[in-house]
Ligand binder design. Structure first.
Ligand code: MG
Length: 251
């Protein structure tokens, strides 16, 4: 069942989302050649806890860290580790979720380490902004999904099929699932108070994935690079409200 959030609930989600953005800001500062991803994760955990939140990923289905940090052909769910050292030229995807007083926020971005930002990153951001633009009362969920797929394909890229965005609120993952592909004009109708974590995952190459030996990290089968961008968004009577707005300025 898709739940509709009250104004009070949205206010709590906004507080959780603000902590997500602060944690991502701290992470971005540390995405430098020579730093390892466990150090980035520690800084994220500290930022979240200092703000009174709880890292939502930590312990989720046994996940061992406070963030997912996925490099290059890794799509999502990369596990931070001291052995995983960031190098010049890497694509680094950062995904952070926070729970505060029973409400959740969730956001992600991908950056290139070094000067050479591939077109894939600009495309992923555009997929997200096009999806947000479709988050209007009266539209169907398929309109959002289709905007992501069309934007990616028009740029010569593709989208991951096996992992999707989701509803969010009192749980990190609520209904509905939000695929990054599919026909417009289908699916549930959007009404004010629906909260969605939109998360286009775009690839330069084939969309098929596999899960690596650590049982978590999702990688492209063909080794092609992947980028992931996510916002927590509320449907309103008017413009969509992006609760995790802010990372665009520093990512
Ligand atoms: Mg998410």
């Amino acid at each position: 069942m898709i739940t509709v959030k009250s104004a009070a609930e949205v206010a709590l989600m906004a507080r959780a989302a603000a902590i997500v953005v602060e944690a991502l800001r701290e992470a971005r500062r540390l995405i430098l050649p020579g730093n390892n991803t466990a150090a980035v994760d520690r800084a994220i955990k500290k930022t979240i806890e200092d703000a009174g939140g709880r890292p939502a990923f930590l312990g989720y289905m046994g996940f061992p860290a406070s963030s997912c940090i996925s490099l290059n052909a890794e799509v999502v769910h990369g596990i931070p580790s001291p052995e995983r050292v960031i190098k010049e030229g890497d694509l680094v995807s950062m995904d952070v979720g926070v729970e505060l007083e029973g409400y959740y926020g969730d956001a992600a971005f991908t950056v290139a380490v070094g000067d050479d930002a591939p077109a894939l990153l600009a495309c992923g951001r555009r997929c997200l902004s096009e999806a947000i633009a479709r988050c209007r009362a009266g539209n169907r969920l398929g309109d959002v999904s289709n905007a992501i797929e069309k934007t990616a394909r028009d740029a010569g890229f593709d989208v991951i099929r096996e992992y999707v965005g989701h509803g969010i609120g009192t749980k990190m993952h609520e209904e509905p699932q939000v695929p990054n592909f599919g026909p417009p004009g289908r699916g549930p109708r959007l009404v004010p108070g629906i909260a969605l974590a939109l998360e286009p995952m775009v690839v330069n190459g084939d969309w098929r994935t596999t899960v690596s030996g650590d049982k978590w990290t999702v990688v492209t089968r063909d080794g092609g690079p992947s980028a992931h961008f996510e916002h927590t968004v509320i449907i309103t009577d008017d413009e969509p409200r992006v609760l995790t707005r802010g990372w665009e300025e520093f990512a």
